[in-house]
Design a binder for this molecule. Structure first.
Ligand code: IDP
Length: 138
């Protein structure tokens, strides 16, 4: 069993598809082990995406991520990290496979509805960024 961090980004929350996104995770074998809604500060968004701080889209991305509330979750399942990314679809929704969350709902490369950890080390770091061990169900 593996755990990964998922975020329903501001555009997903505004579109009122929190339930639909979680439905897709659950229907594909992922289980929610922790969940919280929060409105990040600019500093918290910058900290979360620090790995991208040299990228040209960093300032716009961190503005977007703190523009309104998000839902953060710990998802668990077999190969949860790659499974979640398969359900999400490619970063650029135009390249995402049919039936993926980003293909169905994203409106730009930036506003792409969901975040998902990309490797075990980043998953551990990202989960700890938002949750303490006590927040995560056994
Ligand atoms: P990922 O979310 O699919 O792992 P990353 O390359 O880690 O993709 O990028 C993080 C986030 O930054 C993306 O989900 C997207 O919101 C945003 N992003 C990535 N590339 C671009 C870009 O070229 N322009 C604008 N935003 C981008």
């Amino acid at each position: 069993m593996e755990q990964t961090l998922s975020i329903i980004k501001p555009d997903g929350v505004k579109k009122n598809i929190i339930g639909e996104v979680i439905r897709r995770f659950e229907a594909n074998g992922l289980t929610v082990k922790a969940m919280r809604m929060l409105h990040m500060s600019k500093e918290e968004a910058q900290g979360f995406y620090a790995v991208h701080k040299e990228r040209p889209f960093y300032d716009s991305l961190t503005d977007f991520m703190c523009s309104s509330p998000v839902v953060v979750m710990v998802l668990q399942g077999e190969n949860a990290i790659s499974l979640n990314r398969t359900i999400m679809g490619a970063t650029n929704f135009k390249e995402a496979d049919e039936g993926t969350i980003r293909r169905d709902y994203a409106t730009s490369v930036e506003s792409n509805i969901v975040h998902g950890s990309d490797a075990p080390e980043t998953a551990a770091w990202e989960i700890a960024y938002f949750f303490s061990a006590l927040d995560i169900m056994a």
